[in-house]
Ligand binder design. Structure first.
Ligand code: PLP
Length: 442
C-alpha cells in the first residue's frame, strides 16, 4: 500500500536503491541499464563523485537563502559559467527548479519585454504541433501535444501552432531536406501574417523535438529561416532546450549547430545531471535592458529559485562536461548510431532512426512502405517499456500523434559516460524488447 499518488496509479514500480555508472539498481539488487537518462536527464550517470561532493560541501556551507534577501556564490558562479558558454548576445541567466518552470519563466519574460516596450497588445504565442514544453498551464498552453492538453484545454491561454520540422512524415515526394526545411519554416511567416505581427509575443520551439516525436533534429537551414522571419517581424525566438541542451546533441546548446542564437533559451534536465532539480533561462541583452532600464523588476519568482545546492550541483556538472566529457558526445554518438543501424536499419517495423550526439529516436511503424503507424489500441509504447524493464533496460518509448492517429517512438538519451560495451548491451536488450513487444501485438 502506497500513500504516494503515482502518475500511473495502478502500476507497481520497482523501488530504486542505488546507482553505479550507467546502471540503476533496485532494492532487490536488479540492475537496469539506463538508455534514456530517465528523460534525458542523467548525463553523468548515477554516482558521479564530483557532483556528490559539491552538493555535500554546499549543504554544509549554506543550503538555502531566500533570493529576496541574498544572492549566493554558487548562483553567481553558475550564471557566469553559462554566459561564458553562450554566444555574446545572451547576457543574463535566471534559475528555477525544472523545465516547466524554465519555460513558464521564459514566456513571462517575453510577455513582460513587450510591456516594457509599450506593446501590450502582444499576447499571442506561436508553438508547434507535436512539441512538449512542460506541464504547468503556461507551458502546456504553448505545447502542441493534444493528449497532454486535452483535459486542461479550457484553462490554457490561446496559442496557435504550426507543424514541427518533420521530414520523415511531412516532406512531399521528391522534396529535398533543404527544400522541406525552408517550406516548414515558411509556415511560421504565414501564421505571423494571419495573426498580425503586432499581436505576437514570440515563437516557441524545441531545437530538437524530444518527448513527443522520438527526437526530431531540425533540417539544415530551418532555424536560420525561422530566425530571419522572427527578425523581420520583430518576434522573439524562444528555444526550449530543456531536453536537447547542455551537451546532449554534441554541443552545449543544440542551436549552435544551426548557426543561430535565440532571444531566450530554456535549459533544465541535464544542467545538474539529475543530482538536483534545476532549470535556467538565458536571455539576451535587449530583453535584460528593457526590464532593467524599464520597471527594473521581473514580475515573476518562486521560493526555491537559484537554490544554492542546486546551483552547486550544476556548477560541478558543467565542470565535468568541460573537462572533456562534452567533447566525447559526438564521437560516442556516431558509434551509438552505428549500433542502432546494425540492430534496426533493416528492421521491418523501424521506419526512421534519427538524432545527433547521444540523443536518438526510433520511429516504429506497422508497415514500412506506407509508414502506417501501429494502432493506438496496441499500446505498443507501454509494452516496450514493460518488457525492457524486465530485461534490465530503461528506455523511453512513447506515443505521439500522426495525422490524428497515434504513432510510436522510442527516445534514447544515455549518460555521456556510457562505453562501447554498454552501448552494445543496450542495443541487444533494446532489440529483444522491441521484437518481443511487436510480436505480442502482431
Ligand atoms: N521542455 C521540454 C522540451 C521537455 O522535454 C520537458 C520535459 O520533458 C519540459 C520542458 C518540462 O520539464 P520538467 O518536466 O522538468 O518540468
Amino acid at each position: 500500500m502506497t500513500h504516494i499518488l503515482h502518475r500511473h496509479c495502478r502500476e507497481s514500480l520497482p523501488t530504486v536503491d542505488t546507482g553505479e555508472g550507467v546502471y540503476l539498481i533496485d532494492t532487490k539488487g536488479k540492475r537496469y541499464l539506463d538508455a534514456c537518462g530517465g528523460a534525458a536527464v542523467s548525463c553523468l550517470g548515477h554516482n558521479h563523485p564530483d557532483v556528490i561532493s559539491a552538493i555535500q560541501r554546499q549543504a554544509e556551507r549554506i543550503p538555502f537563502a531566500h533570493t529576496g534577501f541574498f544572492t549566493s556564490q554558487p548562483a553567481e558562479q553558475l550564471a557566469d559559467k553559462l554566459i561564458e558558454l553562450s554566444p555574446a548576445s545572451l547576457s543574463h541567466a535566471y534559475f528555477v527548479s525544472g523545465g516547466s518552470e524554465a519555460v513558464e519563466s521564459a514566456l513571462k519574460l517575453a510577455r513582460q519585454y513587450w510591456i516594457e516596450r509599450e506593446q501590450p497588445k502582444r499576447t499571442h504565442f506561436i508553438g508547434r504541433r507535436q512539441s512538449y514544453h512542460g506541464n504547468t498551464l503556461g507551458a502546456l498552453g504553448v505545447g502542441g501535444n493534444q493528449w497532454r492538453r486535452a483535459t486542461f484545454a479550457p484553462l490554457l491561454a490561446p496559442s496557435s501552432f504550426i507543424d514541427p520540422c518533420y521530414f520523415y512524415r511531412n516532406a512531399m515526394p521528391e522534396e529535398t531536406r533543404i527544400e522541406y526545411g525552408e517550406r516548414a519554416a515558411q509556415a511560421l511567416e504565414e501564421e505571423i501574417l494571419r495573426l498580425g505581427p503586432e499581436s505576437v509575443v514570440g515563437f516557441v520551439a524545441e531545437t530538437f523535438v524530444g518527448a513527443t516525436a522520438g527526437v526530431l533534429p531540425p533540417e539544415n537551414g530551418y532555424f536560420r529561416r525561422v530566425r530571419e522571419i522572427c527578425d523581420h517581424y520583430d518576434i522573439l525566438l524562444i528555444l526550449d532546450e530543456v531536453m536537447c541542451g547542455t551537451g546532449r546533441t554534441g554541443t552545449f546548446f543544440a542551436f549552435e549547430q544551426e548557426g543561430i542564437v535565440p532571444d531566450i533559451v530554456a535549459l533544465a534536465k541535464g544542467l545538474a545531471a539529475g543530482y538536483q532539480p534545476i532549470g535556467a533561462v538565458l536571455l539576451n541583452k535587449h530583453i535584460y535592458h528593457a526590464i532593467n532600464d524599464g520597471s527594473g523588476f521581473f514580475q515573476h519568482g518562486h521560493t526555491f529559485l537559484a537554490h544554492p545546492i542546486a546551483c552547486a550541483a550544476a556548477n560541478a556538472t558543467l565542470d565535468v562536461l568541460a573537462s572533456g566529457l562534452l567533447d566525447e558526445v559526438s564521437d560516442k554518438g556516431k558509434s551509438f548510431y552505428q549500433r542502432l543501424v546494425e540492430a534496426f536499419g533493416d528492421h521491418q517495423h523501424v521506419g526512421d532512426i534519427r538524432g545527433r550526439g547521444l540523443f536518438w529516436g526510433l520511429e516504429l511503424v506497422a508497415d514500412k512502405a506506407s509508414k502506417m503507424p501501429f494502432k493506438p489500441a496496441t499500446q505498443l509504447h507501454k509494452r516496450i517499456k514493460h518488457i525492457a524493464m524486465q530485461q534490465g533496460l530503461m528506455c523511453y518509448p512513447m506515443a505521439g500523434t500522426i495525422d490524428g492517429q497515434q504513432g510510436h517512438h522510442i527516445l534514447l538519451a544515455p549518460p555521456f559516460i556510457i562505453n562501447e560495451e554498454e552501448i552494445q548491451h543496450l542495443a541487444e536488450r533494446l532489440t529483444r524488447s522491441v521484437n518481443e513487444a511487436i510480436a505480442s501485438v502482431s
